[in-house]
Design a protein around this ligand. Structure first.
Ligand SMILES: *Cc1c(COP(=O)(O)O)cnc(C)c1O
Length: 323
């Protein structure tokens, strides 16, 4: 298979046209307390209100719409820490495709149940994303299914980028965008949209201190492996793939800064969103707010937008953090 070129702003526009009517345009709302603390307006892009509870539906929908007739007939398989699997399951059901989701035993039960409820076949295997991936590769080789990667794919990246186009339209004066960063599909897509339209706007990636794969890879100048650790930001765990083709070069070239957050800072972000903004967010979605509260981002008078990337948190765990 020949590799596709890196996606561009044009691909993000095409993704938007292709997915029209299949995705929610999520609200961008001002956070009053955060704006006051920042000394400049702070807006929250509520992807937690996207169908399936996270932005990943954007990339998955765009990817499945790019399948050929023959690929659609074979069905899709993916590996996921939760939200991507949920998005693939949802998009596949809507398009009438068979979907198998492989995930590790570390993925919380609430996320598994949600995928099953969406009609996908679940395959729970191993203690890491890598082990689940071996099973997915077997399904591709032996059953001819089509693998849908969670981030390192041009159509996934341009699908996530549609979120960035909405920010550009709703807040053309934005000066800084704070983006949760794991594999980098979300950041790469949004950065294509933002830098292509507003070249002076800063794009900042946010990861947790516990196992930030993209951060270490950027430092090393090439993709490196990290040890997976448990974190409140479980959606940000996992590696970027040693054979990474798309998100590493795009993030490297487009990101202005990467900030790491402690578990206590992430918890403070979740608490703030709940008590001040009345919003339920998962740890991985609260990192932008966490960075603002910790003084690790903002504070320089820039109009800022932060992505509240998802709300699929185990409710018992969530209530333990916010109460
Ligand atoms: C997947 C995910 C992220 C990170 O996205 P990447 O494209 O892997 O960088 C952030 N927040 C949530 C809620 C996610 O599900």
């Amino acid at each position: 298979m020949t590799a596709l070129p890196l996606p561009s702003l044009r691909d993000v526009h095409l993704a938007r046209r292709r997915t029209a009517g299949l995705l929610r345009r999520t609200p961008l709302v001002q956070g009053e307390a955060l704006s006051e603390a920042n000394g400049a307006p702070v807006y929250l892009k509520l992807e937690s209100l996207q169908e399936t509870g996270a932005f990943k539906l954007r990339g998955a929908t765009n990817r499945l719409l790019c399948l050929s007739e023959e690929e659609r007939a074979r069905g899709v398989v993916t590996v996921s820490t939760g939200n991507h699997g949920r998005a693939v399951a949802f998009a596949a059901r809507r398009l009438g495709l068979r979907a198998v989701v492989c995930l590790s035993e570390l993925v919380p039960e609430n996320k598994r149940a949600a995928i099953r409820a969406l009609g996908a076949e679940l395959c729970v295997i191993g203690r890491s994303q890598d082990e689940a991936e071996v099973e997915a590769k077997r399904l591709v080789q032996e059953e001819g299914m089509v693998y849908v990667p969670p981030f390192d794919d041009p159509h996934i990246i341009s699908g996530q980028g549609t979120l960035g186009l909405e920010i550009v339209e709703d807040l053309p004066e934005v000066e800084e965008v704070l983006i949760p960063l794991s594999g980098g599909g979300l950041l790469a897509g949004i950065a294509l949209a933002i830098k292509g339209s507003l070249p002076n706007t800063r794009v900042v990636g946010l990861s947790m201190e516990r196992g930030p794969a993209m951060y270490h890879s950027l430092q090393a100048g090439k993709p490196v492996a990290v040890t997976e650790e448990e974190s409140l930001a479980d959606s940000l765990g996992g590696g970027i793939g040693l054979d990474n083709r798309y998100t590493f070069p795009l993030v490297r070239d487009l990101v202005d800064d990467v900030v790491l957050l402690s578990e206590a800072e992430i918890a403070a972000g979740m608490r703030h969103l709940f008590h001040e903004e009345r919003l339920v967010s998962e740890g991985g979605a609260a990192v932008g707010v966490a960075a603002l509260l910790a003084g690790k981002a903002g504070g320089e008078g820039r109009t800022t937008a932060t992505i509240i990337s998802g709300c699929n948190v185990d409710m018992k765990a969530f209530l333990a953090v916010v109460s």
